[in-house]
Design a protein around this ligand. Structure first.
Ligand code: ATP
Ligand code: MN
Length: 476
């Protein structure tokens, strides 16, 4: 007999048929009702055993967390909460889970506790739902770009370039740290290292994606990204996944259109394909919000997702945003930790959240930032002070996308890397694309886990990736 997945069974039940279901026991009530989950859906199937007919020692092994195979007849359910159930003809315990030791008992566990048992938290409703949504979002990203004729490119994970300037990097080396080879000047002899030079884990695939875009037209990366930034926030990971489209002939407006379209597509995809999981996550969020003061509560999850899909993002320049922030109540009342006094200030998360959550109550795209607070490759505006940058800010999250039109003019780019103290020989290959057949182009980076935060309504980025990597934490 072939196993049927619980999602298939529930979505297309054949009353009266005999089925084989395998999964993990969530609960066993009254020595009679087994709730089984196999990961295919948030829903459990209820299997009803006749305890008078079964061996008592076998019944005792049906405990939360044990794995089980059940054969029985599909019937309409008498109880509420489910439309069908299985009347058990026979069952087999595949693997025991000692209730004295199994940490996931059927009660509420804190997200902090679940992080400590990340190897088992997939078995909870919350992480089951998040995992399925995560898969759907990965798929949606690829589908969106594929349908538009983009090519997915794999950019290197180990990189020899240190020019992105996007943050602290993780060094990659095979040198013996206890016994480092030294050169004549007494410095570490990098020629002895595996690659014969300094290498690091990538902080962004952008520069390489640009090389591909300037031949293939429209490309995107979707890969792991590493940042050794020592910021222990609810929005930063040391290892995260980033989506970086790069499009030849696009300007900043095209870039904003693409990013907005993509975000809406992915969110709509979740609404269309992850409904049951979203409904569960929505009720989880509602429950969590009950313990928060009124002004810190989020919109109901589904409402929030629909709102973003249905409304145009606000677009304004950094300069306009600074004016709004200067005049804002929290600034005047000294409530910002970093007061906004003048043009040129870098925006902190408190400012971004004010604009999105208080001022506009909509996603906001900020453009044309001061050149000196943005990366070297962003296209310089005619005012000489600002660059064609864009950040997309989302409610509850802050920055979700960072992007720009790229500097395509060789002479200006060369000037720029000089002011940023980047040695020209370290980016010779990047500069050559501007030397040979340069064209205007633009792209952006979307942090996949930030999108996951938004779609799932989770509040800590450690809870939307299976095994988070953060400062002082690389367990599992
Ligand atoms: P932030 O100001 O939030 O640190 P950033 O300006 O460093 O972001 P970029 O270098 O522009 O971010 O990276 C592009 C996108 O990658 C960001 O918009 C964000 O969605 C995501 N991102 C950046 N750093 C992290 C991180 N440490 N963990 C998870 N996602 C990140
Ligand atoms: Mn950062």
């Amino acid at each position: 007999m072939k196993r049927i997945r619980i999602s298939d069974l529930i979505s297309n039940p054949k009353i009266g048929s005999e089925v084989l279901v395998k999964g993990w026991v969530r609960t066993f009530r009254s020595n009679r009702f087994i709730a089984i989950n196999d990961g295919s859906t948030i829903n459990n199937i209820q299997a009803v055993v006749d305890f008078e007919k079964e061996d008592e020692n076998q019944l005792k092994r049906i405990t939360t967390g044990s794995s089980i195979a059940v054969i029985g007849e599909v019937v309409e359910s008498q109880g509420k909460g489910q439309s069908i159930e299985i009347v058990v003809k026979s069952f087999e315990i595949l693997g025991d889970a000692n209730p004295e030791e199994f940490p996931l008992q059927p009660k509420k566990h804190s997200l902090e506790f679940l992080r400590e048992i990340a190897h088992l938290r997939f078995r909870t409703n919350t992480f089951g739902a998040i995992s399925r949504v995560r898969h759907a979002m990965i798929f949606a990203v690829h589908k969106f770009f594929n349908d538009k004729g983009f090519y997915n490119v794999h950019t290197p994970i180990i990189t020899g370039s240190d020019a992105e300037g996007a943050g602290e990097m993780f060094r990659v080396t095979t040198l013996d740290l206890e016994n480092l080879p030294k050169n004549e000047q007494g410095k570490i002899d990098l020629k002895e290292d595996f690659f014969g030079k300094e290498t690091n884990l990538t902080v962004s695939g952008q520069l390489e994606a640009e090389l591909a875009a300037l031949a293939l037209g429209q490309v995107y990366t979707f890969g792991p990204t590493f940042r050794a930034e020592n910021s222990n926030t609810t929005r930063h990971l040391a290892e995260f996944w980033m989506i970086e489209p790069e499009v030849a002939f696009n300007d900043l407006n095209d870039n904003m259109d693409l990013a907005e379209e993509m975000l809406k597509y992915c969110i709509q995809y979740a609404l269309d394909n992850c409904w049951e999981d979203l409904v569960f996550l929505a009720s989880r969020l509602e429950e969590e919000d009950k313990s928060k003061p009124q002004d810190q509560r989020s919109l109901p999850l589904i409402e929030k997702l629909k709102f973003v899909v249905d409304n145009e993002f606000i677009r304004l320049t950094y300069t306009e945003a600074i004016e709004i922030l200067k005049r804002s109540k929290p600034n005047q009342k000294g409530q910002f930790k970093y007061p906004i006094n003048e043009w040129g200030a870098d925006l902190q998360s408190e400012h971004e959240r004010f604009l999105v959550e208080k001022e506009f109550k909509k996603p906001v795209i900020l453009t044309d930032y001061p050149a000196n607070i943005k990366a070297f490759y962003m296209r310089q505006n005619d005012d000489g002070k600002t660059v064609r940058a864009m950040d997309i800010l989302f409610p509850g999250i802050g920055e979700i996308v960072g992007g720009s039109q790229r500097e395509e003019r060789l002479d200006i780019l060369k000037e720029k890397i000089k002011t940023f103290n980047i040695p020209e020989e370290s980016v010779w290959w990047y500069l050559e694309t501007r030397k040979f057949g340069t064209v205007p182009h633009a792209g952006f980076g979307l942090g996949f886990e930030r999108l996951m935060l938004f779609v799932t309504g989770m509040t800590n980025i450690r809870d939307v990736i299976p095994f988070p990597r953060t400062p002082k934490n690389a367990e599992f």
